[in-house]
Design a protein around this ligand. Structure first.
Ligand SMILES: Nc1ncnc2c1ncn2[C@@H]1O[C@H](COP(=O)(O)OP(=O)(O)OP(=O)(O)O)[C@@H](O)[C@H]1O
Length: 328
């Protein structure tokens, strides 16, 4: 049995556009391990939805291969689709029926056991409100009911494309907790998002893409760890320009960023304080640089945002992904 829930190899998809073709996904090797939550991250227009739609057989790739649980798709999709639950657009529920009734009707339609309804309401933390009419649900509850509906057939792989779009912080937290619960049950959750803080808290592993290409992948701790640097500190001081010169003269790599100095290659932070104090520059803040997924993402995808009107992606040559490269 494959230890990957999803894997793609050299996947490519282009779209026709005026004057030629634009690239949706370029040479993409995506690997999603079985079990746990996998964040599929990228800026707007980077190819997340395109990839998900190809996996679900909704659009065809130009070239490359895709497998779900080791089965080649789209060729073998009928064999594995029963193990896959996806929310690509909001399902239709009857507004005047309760959530439970809506799920019972759906369970009947797809031949899921009726007892499953109670279980999926528990999994999505909707059990207490299951007797309320759908029309009275908040957006977050509606989204969780959509997840509950996909859980009726007890899928091993769940694919969620930007599931928290339009939700308030409370709704986002509930979806996050639901995804974590599903991952802990041993299911594989593939969730696309451009909200990094949310993914960092819930994902076990991530793939980061930009302009349709893979930029980094791996366990969240490793992706962050590989780009953290010992001896990187942030320094607050009133005269940033003068302090920058002093530290640069002392051989430290330093730049001004966001009202602070970012200094690298610092073996002893007390040395920074001393060097500056000698010149009458007094440090009001000094802390180790904390690298989070957001920082990694911004470094990796700098300049990867799309300008739809520039035609910048058109005819882009293929090339290898620069996994784990050093941040600029
Ligand atoms: N049906 C289409 N026709 C033409 N171009 C398309 C089509 N769908 C997507 N694209 C283009 O393919 C690229 C990737 O888009 P895609 O929607 O997959 O990105 P995404 O990462 O899901 O973005 P978002 O976060 O905004 O949903 C973009 O340049 C987009 O304009």
């Amino acid at each position: 049995m494959s230890d990957l829930a999803v894997d793609t190899s050299a996947l490519r998809k282009t779209y026709r556009r005026r004057g030629g073709r634009s690239v949706g996904v370029e040479n993409l090797d995506l690997r999603v391990p079985v079990g746990g939550v996998h964040g599929f991250l990228g800026p707007n227009g980077s190819g997340k939805t395109t990839t998900i739609r190809m996996l679900l057989g909704l659009i065809r790739p130009d070239s490359g291969t895709m497998r779900i649980f080791g089965e080649q798709v789209p060729e073998r999709l009928p064999d594995v689709i029963g193990r896959v639950g996806a929310i690509v657009e909001s399902p239709k529920f009857f507004p005047t029926f309760t959530a439970r009734r809506n799920l019972e009707l759906l369970a009947g339609a797809i031949g899921a056991p009726r007892g499953r309804v109670g279980e999926v309401l528990e999994s999505t933390a909707l059990a207490e409100r299951a007797g309320d009419r759908y029309a009275t649900y908040s957006l977050g509850m509606k989204q969780r009911l959509a997840i509950a509906a996909t859980l009726l057939k007890s899928p091993d792989l769940l694919i969620f494309d930007e599931p928290t779009n339009g939700l308030d912080p409370g709704g986002i937290r509930e979806i996050r907790e639901t995804m974590r619960r599903l991952g802990d049950e041993g299911r594989t959750v593939l969730v696309s998002s451009h909200i990094l803080a949310e993914v960092e808290q819930v994902a076990d592993t991530v793939s980061i893409i930009g302009r349709g290409r893979l930029l980094a992948e791996g366990r969240v701790v490793d992706v962050i760890g590989s780009r953290s640097e010992a001896g990187a500190v942030k320094v607050g001081v009133a005269d940033l320009a003068a302090a920058e010169q002093v530290l640069a003269r002392a051989g430290l790599r330093v730049r001004v960023d966001g009202g602070l100095l970012r200094v690298r290659g610092v073996q002893d932070p007390a040395r920074v304080t001393e060097l500056l104090a000698q010149q009458g520059l007094y440090v009001n803040e000094l802390s180790a640089e904390r690298v989070d997924l957001e920082r990694v993402f911004l470094d990796l995808t700098a300049g990867e945002g799309l300008d739809e009107h520039s035609g910048g992606r058109h005819g882009r040559p293929a090339g290898p992904a620069t996994n784990g490269g050093d941040p600029a």
